[in-house]
Design a protein. Sequence first.
Lengths: 497, 413
Amino acid sequence: MSLVMPQPDEAVLARRERIVAALRTIVPGEGVIAAEREMRPYEADGLTAYRQLPMVVVLPDTTEQVSRVLAFCHAEGIKVVPRGAGTSLSGGALPLADGVLLGMAKFNRIHEIDFANRVAVVEPGVTNLAVSEAVEHAGFYYAPDPSSQIACTIGGNVAENSGGVHCLKYGMTTNNLLGCELVLMTGEIVRVGGKHLDAGGYDLLGIITGSEGLLGVVTEISVRILKKPDGARAVLVGFASSEDAGECVSKIIGAGIIPAGMEMMDRPAIHAAEEFVHAGYPLDVEALLIVEVDGPEAEVDHLIARVEAIAQSCRAVTCRASNSEQERLLFWAGRKAAFPAVGRISPDYYCMDGTIPRARLPQVLKRMRELSESYGLAVANVFHAGDGNLHPLILYDANKPGELERTEKFGADILKLCVEVGGVLTGEHGVGVEKRDLMPAMFSEADLNQQQRLKCAFDDKGLLNPGKVFPTLHRCAELGRMHVHAGRVAFPDIPRF
Amino acid sequence: MADTLRPRDAKDVEVAVQSALAAAKTVEIVGHGSKRAIGRPAQTDLTLDLSGLTEVTLYEAEELVLSAKAGTPLAEIEALLAANGQQLAFEPMDYAAILGGAKGRGTIGGALAANVSGPRRIRAGAARDHFLGLWAVSGRGESFKSGGRVVKNVTGYDLCKLVAGSWGTLAAMTDVTIKVLPRPETEQTLLIRGLESAQAIVAMSNAMGSSCDVSGAAHLPTDIAARIPAQEIGGGAVTALRLEGFSASVVARKHALEALMKPFGELTTAEEALSRRLWTAIRDVTPFAAHASTLSPREGEPPLWRISTAPSRGLELTATIARSAQAQMFYDWAGGLIWLTLEAADDAGAALIHSAIRAFGGHATLMRAPASVRAAIDVFAPQDRALAALTKRVKESFDPQGVLNPGRMWAGV
């Protein structure tokens, strides 16, 4: 593994037995796992290329236990890696050899469902889908729907600011939260927000969301719940080129339509998916678009007709609107199975995640094909077309020497390409360890230093999930130092412009 | 009178902050100054006037993004979007009515710094939800960026969220990128007549809990409704539910909503033009307009509070306040946003309001009061010890010497 993680602290490792014993006084019974065999399931998350056994696994059950564990680790200078369901695709929950792995799985209770205020108050270990299931009887749901929603937890969604196929219309996690309870590395408990909108002070909820477990451990979350739309229909459109498909997406949005979902697949992805689930996808097209609209029947039918007309004007090769719920789900079945479908045609695949300005898609796909040829590795693309979030799947065989390394290099080139055309390194999978060393491709040292200074405001000793997100770790004292300005300012007096 | 610096570009802003640091001077950041009378009164050595930084630098309607220099007039951006069938979905309010001064002022930077929003907040979010990227100068005199120009913007910490609503206490924005959205084809508002506030809250909750996709839900008690400049809404209390979108959809949803609301009272419909005027008045809080046209609220003007709470708790909260003071209020955000004035007390009612908030949850901001009052009380939500300490550390991580808008939100921040 080429990844360099923070050097394990020998002094901490030497105290391992005492540390485990102390943790057992805070979290009793089976909540502390120290046997190697039992820690094995925690050695990796969804980015399985990287594995590391933690020093010890702790599974707290209450906010008070979390607070005491963190306070103890803060006092003792022990690193902590929080973990939800471990579905991260960027290695955000990769353990540290000298760190406590703080598993939040036992925080799986739903505290309150408040339909009058349209809020659900849940613990972070509740799965994304379980929130929707808990409110389904009243016709409500929780909007962000990452594709791992059966397994991934709300706490992890907060850490990664997860999206899903519906986030163009309904927003990402950050747009669907109202409040949280956060335990800082010192053990202090801070409550942010509640059932009301907006923060009374700094938007700490906004900064915690997407912070990848580096700022604090969330122990309770209030999410907005929405009434389900009356209905939904989808149109399946095939194009002879990605340019035509891209033009269609632009024209739909240009017509003032914000679809509930708008997904694109390229030829390799279409073929893999069709072979796997037989969704009825056309095989003689270069790009396939699924456009879903939702709302009352009158609106849905009106918009489907408009989308069909726009598709025709963009030289659609095939165009089919769903006429039943069953058919709509079938359209989606192929897209939703795209990853496992690609898994069937290749021994291994590497799922990338980046975002580009949508109009640059044809250019990015063309360059990707060139890279694919020069690396000798095939690539299939699925694309959240509405918001520009691209998921290239690089096909490789880990058993062939050097192929994983080549794949990672190819992936890095794709992400740099995203930044080059005006996009960003991530869409919804986070930075974690996977893209950590690419951060300088997007951010200057000043940008990254400002972010790390903010981390210092939450975690002065840098103990919470170190080695993730930031390529270089600086001490807070060093970051906080003010450099002499007077010496290098052009105008020692106050300037008049 | 503080010296005023008028930077011409982002580099000038950096030099200005560095110079202030070197000279140990504090800086008030202003755009048009339209919200200058909100917050604890500034007593800074310098004024950094960003209103010269104006230009829309990128607008790609089909990508739903717009970038502009921070001092670009909001009115200019809104006009450009309207010409392209788009809008700022967060519906920024105009502060002229409540604070005095000319209408139509305000910059995009100011709107983001104050995290403004309007009635559509319940459906579309606030400014923070549309803030994709920024370039700013920290209180360390360093330029930094965050986010990007794509709708899924965030890699690393989402500093845009933090800067939104920080009232210039963390950094001076120089360039911003925002998400823009299609302007609805049409709108209509269903009006329910004569409801008591308690019934109105239930009606609004039912409407929001339906699939009718309501994009505005407000209740105006009788005394407030009478002050709405849209005379056609008639007399008595009015509960307003707005539907926006494609016309076929608006018609269908209005039928569904009428069926749902029929048991509550007499229903009428405000068609597009009237609906727009009504929601502009609600957005701009014209029922509590300042009588003076000067910028600074005069002595004797009743204090105005903006309270955000859980919709179902709003009524108990206002009842608690009204038991101890002569108060008038109306409800937006389905009851979750309360605009409230009360008889001027020495503390503008702060003790009373903060104690009601502690009991029922939420937060309150004093939006209008004389400077002497704003200097003496909590204008923004008071914080407990742990939150206050964290807030101070966050401030210091951007502005360790406290040069940018010091004390605007809380003393020492």
